[in-house]
Design a protein around this ligand. Structure first.
Ligand code: PBG
Length: 327
């Protein structure tokens, strides 16, 4: 009898067989590109710790949005960088604040050709860099913050956003945002809940991108990286409060969480490949230590395989273009 009898290598023999049996495929339609727009900029600016990602001007943002649509990405997640900040983050609630202006610009430019999403959080707009309003002793005031989120959600919906992404990890935020949207007649605006968000050091470059000078850390509201069961509770609560989709963040260091969340709920699951994940790969590639394009597609495939149906990634436009060339 020939040995070995069973040869798994037969299914890896050439590209055609491998393609036939591939269990996970990436599609540009499930990639979402985060974009930053800074108030008052006339020219886009590079972000040192996120090579290849820009702080956009209003003009360059519109052009980048069109390019993203042409590449076939499923969505654009907008972040605003205001010129001025204050203790209450009032620029986030102001209909003429940079994020709301950018939503109007992008929706006017691309209409329904992709899903326009916005970060619903105060940290980009507060002088102290926290995701909410502070109590006199410096803690983050959950319920006062909820009132601000409700107003912010309605302002974003009025600006035309298709989906809001509450990301501040305040208890009850999804329910409050859902009720506020409905009460203002925005029943069609969906809630992409950052249901699971860890207090992660992988957000470092993002803070450069939004020029946040965070005082202290976010460990009283973002989750402890040691915990998995806590994430299932967060997801369950958000779905009960009306989340249309749930997200896990960061992605690659938390694939076990992505997988558990996928098994626990029946709403679409997204994962956010965050700034630090991007920066690590770019830095290694710049040194010639890894094959950049292969690593990008491998990380995205792994996140998809773990159970995320949608991936937010700074490589979305490039990955969409790469995928078109390959298939
Ligand atoms: C909060 C927000 C953050 C990120 C997305 N939304 C920062 C934070 O929670 O500290 C990080 C994304 C990234 O690192 O790419 N507005």
């Amino acid at each position: 009898m020939p040995y070995p009898e069973i040869r798994p290598r037969r299914l890896r023999r050439n590209a055609a067989v491998r393609r036939l049996v591939s269990e996970t495929r990436l599609d540009p339609a499930e990639l979402v590109v985060p974009m930053f727009v800074k108030e008052g900029l006339t020219e886009p600016r590079q972000i040192a710790s996120l090579p290849g990602v820009l702080q956009h001007s209003r003009d360059s943002l519109r052009k980048a949005a069109v390019e993203a649509v042409q590449a076939g990405v499923g969505g654009i997640m907008l972040f605003g960088v205001p010129a001025e900040r204050d203790a209450t983050g009032s620029g986030g609630l102001d209909p003429n604040g940079i994020l709301n202006v950018a939503i109007r610009d992008v929706v006017a430019e691309v209409g329904d050709a992709t899903v326009v999403m916005s970060d619903l959080c105060l940290d980009e707009f507060t002088s102290h860099g926290h995701c909410g309003l502070l109590t006199p002793d410096g803690g983050v005031d959950n319920d006062a913050t909820l009132r601000a989120y409700a107003e912010m959600a309605v302002a974003q919906a009025a600006a035309g956003v298709h989906m809001v992404g509450p990301s501040g990890m305040m208890d009850g935020q999804v329910g409050v945002v859902r009720r506020a949207l409905d009460a203002a007649g925005h029943q069609d605006v969906a809630v992409l809940a950052y249901a699971v968000k860890y207090a992660s050091a992988f957000y470092g470059p993002f803070r450069d991108a939004v020029e946040s000078a965070l005082e202290g850390d976010r460990r009283t509201y973002q989750q402890d990286p040691a915990n998995l069961r806590e994430s299932l509770r967060e997801v369950e609560l958000d779905v009960a409060e009306g989340a249309d989709l749930v997200m896990v963040k960061p992605a690659l260091p938390y694939l076990d969480v992505v997988s558990a969340v996928r098994a626990a709920v029946d709403v679409p699951v997204a994962a956010y490949q965050v700034s630090g994940e991007y920066a690590m790969v770019e830095a290694a590639a710049a040194n010639g230590w890894i094959d950049r394009e292969r690593v990008i597609l491998e990380t995205l495939t792994s996140i998809r395989r773990a159970g995320a149906q949608i991936i937010l990634t700074y490589w979305a436009v490039e990955a969409a273009q790469l995928l078109r060339q390959r298939y």
